[in-house]
Design a protein around this ligand. Structure first.
Ligand code: RP5
Length: 157
């Protein structure tokens, strides 16, 4: 695996349209990342291996997206002490309510920073904010981004 700062894992290729928003943020901020499809239930061993490989290349943050009984972020959290951001995906008959609870309700001692249902853009931004703690150039870009957001709102009248 090439050197990366963020590993995006998603439980299924069906999650990709949502997770492209996280990829877009990381590209915009110039953060090296990789995306893999790995499932806590369908490919448990390969999921753990991906975490191990990513950490060996210097990965600092994990973004894990899954729908339904979404245990991907929790499993990744159990295998690393790097920050894990969970993205509950709206899939199946409960449209993300199940994934939200499965992702956010971690047992004490194993935190997953969970964004909203389909909150891939915020997951990308939160990963950048975590990396910015040790990267002043990212901090400046984040400040510029907030300024742009405010200007866009004010320009609406
Ligand atoms: C989860 O089940 C995946 O993350 C996806 O959101 C959902 C449905 O998966 P597919 O049946 O589309 O592969 O594991």
């Amino acid at each position: 695996m090439d050197a990366i700062k963020v590993l995006i894992l998603m439980g299924s290729k069906s999650d990709r349209p949502v997770m492209e928003k996280a990829e877009a943020v990381l590209k915009e901020f110039g953060v090296p990342f990789k995306t893999l499809i790995r499932s806590a239930h369908r490919t448990p061993e390969a999921t753990v291996e991906a975490v191990r490989e990513a950490e060996a290349t210097g990965c600092q943050v994990f973004i894990c997206a899954a729908g339904m009984a979404a245990h991907l972020a929790g499993v990744v959290c159990s295998k690393t002490v790097k920050p894990v951001i969970g993205v509950p995906i709206a899939a199946g008959p409960l449209q993300g309510e199940d994934a939200l609870h499965s992702t956010v309700m971690m047992p004490p001692g194993l935190p997953v920073a969970t964004v909203g249902i389909n909150g891939a853009k915020n997951a990308g931004l939160l990963a950048v904010q975590m990396l910015a703690q040790n990267a002043p150039e990212l901090t400046q870009k984040l400040i510029d981004d907030r300024k742009s957001q405010a200007e866009a709102i004010l320009a609406e009248g």
